[in-house]
Design a protein around this ligand. Structure first.
Ligand code: 0X9
Ligand code: ZN
Length: 863
């Protein structure tokens, strides 16, 4: 299988070696078989183009965009038609057609079974332009104080009469408008190249993550309070529509610059930016070329929209000379998200001279690459480019500007996007927001991690332990080594972040947990004095400094102060109803929120705040003992919930023979491949599958009564004719009478064992559940087929909870919120059923109105 990775200049030595070998005049035919005759037909073909010196790559990139560059192997990968093929030959490349990728390139795409009409066929995880816009619109409508969705300009089709209607270019701006600015800004654009599917989806998911975690995650909360995040989700909507239809379209759709071939017209928007436009052989003047720079700098409306918007948002912080650095404390981060090749790039792209802020750009680049694992390098290391977005943003305004090249394909399969690209890159984007205040300073400092306030909810005056890790080592050192230092100091701030100066200053010291600051990673602690803090939520900011004086990025934790008059902290007991003996319990109740439920068991509880009339209280409260109090205000919360461990209802590691599967021939257990340790199921033992198959491996009937959150997981590899042959996962709730599809897999060369986890909520509680793996092939091509291993059906629910043994310890670890589930750590053992009631602190064993200092009450059944 092709490794779809554009490795960078791993080794200059290797390159020089290859260069000198080939440069010595040894004809390619002396070392290699004669070049194949040019293929017949018009193409396109995906070819490996072997080069003999690095300049050939830059020269080629001036008109055609290499998909991959492999300096270690001396070739690049690119798609060409007949004319392009001849041009590559004339330029001295030796060409090898990749038949499999050529076939994949030209094959029409089919929607996945069940896929809706307005989605991208075969790629359901990527929103179309319309879906992206609808999402952003909905975010702005649902979060009016956090999000705005603004028209910043037009696409080429929109400004061009006739033809398509075109699109507005739209920016989703995220910030808490209730906190006044000015604020540092992070600007991210995506999908300037139409075919780069993963890019727009990544930043759309980033937007969703931010708005969903505001007020939930402390870091997201302060980021949106004190920063602005501007997201141009679709930078090239006209081109994107072609790519959504399956064309490998890159440019916009501008057709009036002299290219008359509708397959090739368009301007490469990432060569159209007005800084060093067309300066240096990093773009093409031919309007049919892939890297056509347009007729003039910023000729395209899409470019104008971004240039105008960015210039309006950010001040110019860099002098006019190419060698003028932006000041060390310059603000603002600019990111342009591309695919593919797993790279983090920074200016310059037009020259190999490092940018005047090159060292600081490299530091943040290596920090980003710590998170996503990509290769960090100056942009020209890939190939020379001019008129790009990032050179403009840095060159014109002094912004810390980056290009990410996500993943390993333009049309990346959804599994790789969901499981790898998204989780790898979200933390990098969050860090970009954290660093946007001082991107040339903060990344050199240590990260503050794992900030925790213990306990997280206290009465005023009660001390809180604040702990954190301060780590100066978090860089990707795959391309050079970032200097790191010992930690010198750490400090915290209550409610007022470090960047807001106050009199007197607010920093409070933290100390090394091991007694001295003498390592690059330190645990740090402080005791927070909560005297005088108001009731409600507070935020504790933590940051660390290294011995070079660099302060690193801040992380925060929430701390809840509980007002005894409004939301008392309740220390109480759970008593066994039959013996009246106290079972250890601590409950902290407040109006403040958290709704993580970490433990297993059954709970029923009722919480009432305010003064209350028990008889008028919520249904179920009649079982409580208090009566006769006149009602004023009260709120009730009633929750029934159980916390369940995860059970395995069925598991097959394929090492113990057939565990009851119905295996339609030729499904069989094989040793030709396995995940663990030696056997797997396959549809085609002994080699390739045959054409026109439709055969299933079907589980026994499984009784899932009492189970919930049913989920199927398995490991597999597969090699199937892409989009024609499929492996389907299906389930049945009637013992196999009818089947519903849960997942489908297709494609060649998925040869790395991978785990899939498929939630199957439809199987919850089903007494006649079955699952099956159905392999389907049509005519034409065949391949190695499907291998499955370590198949498990898991779930939670009442059937999963083991009865409890006597004695109980029942400790809350966070505040109870009115309207949300209570949070308990349940270390209960006991014999079910067991009644309990809460005692509010007097130890007398009953909950009565004679506890006037407490305004919360809870009661229920614990089984
Ligand atoms: O060629 C491009 O525009 C980018 N690669 S892509 O495959 N996404 O088309 C790379 C640009 C690298 N140069 C700069 N970022 N300056
Ligand atoms: Zn791109």
């Amino acid at each position: 299988m092709n490794r779809r990775v554009r490795t960078v200049l791993l080794s200059f030595a290797a390159l020089l070696f290859l260069g000198s070998l080939w440069g010595a005049g040894i004809p390619a035919t002396a070392q290699n078989p004669p070049p194949p005759a040019p293929p017949t037909g018009e193409g396109p073909w995906v070819v490996r183009a072997y080069y003999t010196d690095r300049q050939m790559v830059d020269d080629l990139a001036a008109w055609l965009e290499p998909w991959e560059v492999h300096p270690d192997k001396g070739y690049l990968v690119v798609a060409v038609d007949r004319e392009g093929y001849s041009r590559l030959l004339a330029a001295g490349f030796r060409l090898e057609v990749d038949p499999q990728r050529t076939e994949e390139l030209t094959r029409p795409r089919e929607p996945l079974p069940g896929q809706g009409p307005d989605t991208i066929p075969g790629y359901p995880c990527y929103r179309t332009v319309e879906e992206t816009y609808a999402t952003a619109q909905a975010i702005a409508a649902a979060h009016p104080t956090l999000a705005t969705w603004t028209d910043i300009g037009d696409s080429w089709e929109k400004v061009t009469p006739g033809g398509n209607a075109g699109y507005d270019l739209m920016v989703l701006k995220l910030t808490n408008a209730a906190v006044p600015g000015p604020k540092p800004k992070l600007f991210i654009m995506a999908a300037i190249h139409a075919r780069e599917y993963t890019t727009a989806e990544l930043i759309t998911r980033f937007a969703e993550y931010l708005v969903e975690n505001y007020d939930v995650d402390p870091d997201v909360t302060w980021l949106l309070d004190y920063h602005e995040i501007h997201l141009l989700l679709q930078s090239n909507p006209d081109g994107r529509k072609k790519a959504e239809a399956g064309q490998l379209w890159r440019k916009n759709t501008d057709n009036d610059d002299g290219c008359t071939n509708p397959n090739y017209w368009g301007t490469d928007l990432n060569r159209n930016y007005p800084f060093q436009w067309g300066c240096c052989g990093g773009s093409s003047g031919d309007p049919c070329d892939e890297t056509y720079r347009g007729p003039s700098p910023a000729s395209e409306p899409e470019t104008q929209a971004v240039v105008n918007y960015v210039q309006a948002q950010f001040p110019d912080q860099r002098g006019p000379g190419l060698g003028d650095p932006a000041p060390a404390d310059a603000m603002g981060v600019f990111m342009d998200i591309h695919s593919y090749s797993r790279l983090v790039l920074w200016p310059w792209g037009f020259t190999s001279t490092p940018a005047p802020n090159g060292t600081a750009l490299q530091t943040l680049g290596r920090k980003f690459a710590y998170f996503n694992g990509y290769e960090p390098e100056q942009a020209i290391g890939l190939y020379a480019t001019d008129g790009t977005t990032d050179d403009f943003a840095y060159g014109e305004l002094g912004l810390a500007a980056y290009t990410f090249e996500l993943g390993t394909a333009f049309f990346q399969d959804c599994g790789a996007f969901e499981n790898t690209i998204l989780p790898d890159n979200l933390p990098a984007l969050l860090y970009a927001a954290k660093a946007s205040r001082t991107p040339y300073l903060t990344p050199a400092g240590p990260d503050a991690l794992n900030v925790a306030a213990i306990p997280a909810g206290v009465a005023p005056g009660q001390p809180v332990q604040l702990t954190a890790t301060v780590d100066d080592t978090r860089y990707n050192n795959s391309n050079g080594t970032e200097p790191t230092q010992n930690i010198a100091a750490a400090e915290y701030y209550v409610d007022v972040p470090p960047w807001i100066t106050t009199t007197p200053p607010v920093p409070l010291p933290m100390v090394a947990a091991d007694g001295s600051f003498d390592e690059e990673v330190e645990e740090v602690v402080a005791t927070v004095d909560t005297t005088g803090l108001s009731a409600g939520r507070h935020i504790l900011f933590v940051r660390g400094q290294d011995v070079n004086g660099n302060w690193g990025a801040v992380s925060a934790a929430f701390l809840y102060l509980l007002d005894p008059n409004v939301s008392p902290a309740i220390e109480g007991f759970v008593r066994d109803a039959s013996t009246n003996l106290p079972l250890a319990a601590t409950v902290t109740a407040s109006t403040f929120q958290t709704n993580t439920i970490p433990a297993n068991g059954y709970y029923h509880m009722l919480v009432i705040s305010g003064t209350y009339d028990m008889s008028a209280a919520a249904p179920g409260f009649a079982t409580a003992t208090a009566t006769g109090v006149v009602a004023h205000n009260y709120q009730t919360v009633q929750q029934d919930f159980y916390l369940s461990p995860i059970c395995e209802m069925f598991a097959d590691d394929v090492e113990a023979g057939n565990l009851g599967w119905t295996a339609q021939s030729p499904w069989a257990i094989t040793t030709e491949a396995s995940h663990s340790p030696t056997h797997s199921w396959t549809d085609s033992p002994g080699g390739n599958y045959a054409n026109n198959r439709n055969i299933s491996l079907t589980s026994p009937v499984l009784d899932l009564s009492g189970y919930e959150d049913v989920s199927l997981s398995f490991w597999h590899i597969y090699d199937m004719e892409t989009d024609y042959d499929y492996g389907y996962v299906e389930y049945s709730t009637n013992g196999g009478g009818s089947w519903t599809q849960a997942a489908a897999y297709t494609g060649y060369d998925h040869v790395t064992w991978k785990q899939e986890t498929i939630p199957l909520p439809a199987l919850d509680g089903q007494a006649n559940a079955r699952i099956r793996f159905r392999f389907y092939s049509d005519s034409s091509l065949t391949a190695d087929g499907w291998h499955l291993d370590d198949i498990a059906l898991t779930g939670g629910g009442p059937a999963c909870i083991t009865p409890l043994a006597p004695t109980a310890e029942f400790t809350s670890n966070s505040p109870v919120v009115l309207g949300s589930p209570a949070v308990f750590t349940n270390q209960t053992v006991g014999t079910a059923p067991m009644d309990y009631f809460w005692d509010f602190g007097d130890g007398l064993g009953t909950s009565t109105q004679s506890d006037p200092e407490y305004t919360y009450l809870a009661a229920g059944t614990f089984t």
